[in-house]
Write a protein that binds this ligand. Structure first.
Ligand code: B12
Length: 233
């Protein structure tokens, strides 16, 4: 076999996989609901990793956002995208839950900050943490800083997770972190606070004053596991 042939034969399955992923990302970006659901169903039936399917849909959602920014989609496009993702999760979630199980571990207080109603990413993060044995206290969306503080005092979590997708959410996250840190409650003073959402980065994290940031929910799970292990030491 020539080197070229060998490369091609190795490339085959990889190239095919990349093509399948690209097609799904494209259909999500184009809001082709039926095509998305059919492809997701097909990939799940073929035994594909449900988390990788969710990541492809997440990339498709990023592109929907770009279409919206460029004026190609209106608000209805974002609403439609949200609906498609909800249906994808209806298919993927039972498979994820059947595949992953974890020992009982820490408690995470989670919510989308005030003024922001995006909850798809937060819900995925909450579901994955639950699957890995965490007890998740999900406060829902549009959660004021004072509510995070009140629930943190009540629930005594090991970790607090703030979700936010809007630029305007950064100030609310900052207010929330400040309120919790300044509350003069000893257990809350060093409590790790993680922020997550599509456009979060190191700069935002520093501005907000959070301890960690995450844009991928499996990384979120691993980070929470690490933080818990550190606490136990
Ligand atoms: C779907 C969508 C909506 C839906 C949301 C439905 C729902 N139930 O959530 C609806 C229609 C409601 C909506 C409304 C609006 N939206 Co919108 N929306 C989106 C879109 C297309 C996808 C978001 C999404 O679900 N992604 C998929 C999930 C899985 O990804 P994710 O959220 O990043 O989550 C992952 C990680 O970040 C992480 N994670 C998330 N949270 C957390 C938390 C913790 C603690 C951790 C550890 C991890 C973690 O885990 C997840 C899985 O890996 C984004 C585009 C984009 N780039 O994402 C725009 C986008 C976020 N929306 C945008 C805008 C402008 C709006 C509106 C203001 C539009 C309007 N004119 O009304 C409103 C705001 C409403 C409000 N007050 O919140 C802008 C924000 C721009 C900005 N810089 O502020 C975006 C970026 C689109 C764009 N490019 O312009 N939207």
């Amino acid at each position: 076999m020539s080197d070229q042939t060998r490369t091609n034969s190795l490339d085959g399955p990889m190239a095919k996989r990349r093509e399948i992923q690209a097609v799904l990302i494209h259909h999500v970006a184009e809001l082709n609901e039926q095509a998305v659901l059919a492809l997701v169903q097909e990939r799940l039936s073929d035994g594909d990793d449900p988390l990788s399917i969710v990541e492809d849909c997440q990339e498709g959602m990023r592109r929907v956002g770009e279409h919206y920014e460029q004026g190609h989609y209106y608000l209805s496009g974002l609403i439609m995208a949200g609906e498609i993702f909800r249906e994808v999760m209806e298919l993927a979630q039972p498979v994820i839950e059947a595949q992953i199980s974890g020992e009982e571990s820490g408690r995470v207080l989670l919510g989308t900050v005030q003024g922001d109603i995006h909850d798809i990413g937060k819900n995925i993060q909450g579901m994955l943490l639950s699957c890995h044995g965490f007890t998740v206290y999900d406060l829902g969306v549009d959660v004021p800083p004072a509510e995070f503080l009140a629930q943190a005092k009540k629930v005594k979590p090991d970790i607090i997770g703030l979700s936010g997708l809007l630029t305007s959410s950064y100030d609310v996250m900052r207010d929330t972190v400040t309120l919790i840190r300044d509350a003069s409650v000893p257990e809350l003073a060093d409590l790790p606070i993680i922020i997550g959402g599509t456009s979060i980065n190191e700069q935002v994290c520093q501005y907000v004053g959070a301890d960690h940031w995450v844009v991928n929910s499996m990384e979120g799970v691993r980070l929470c596991q690490r933080l818990l292990a550190d606490k136990a030491q």
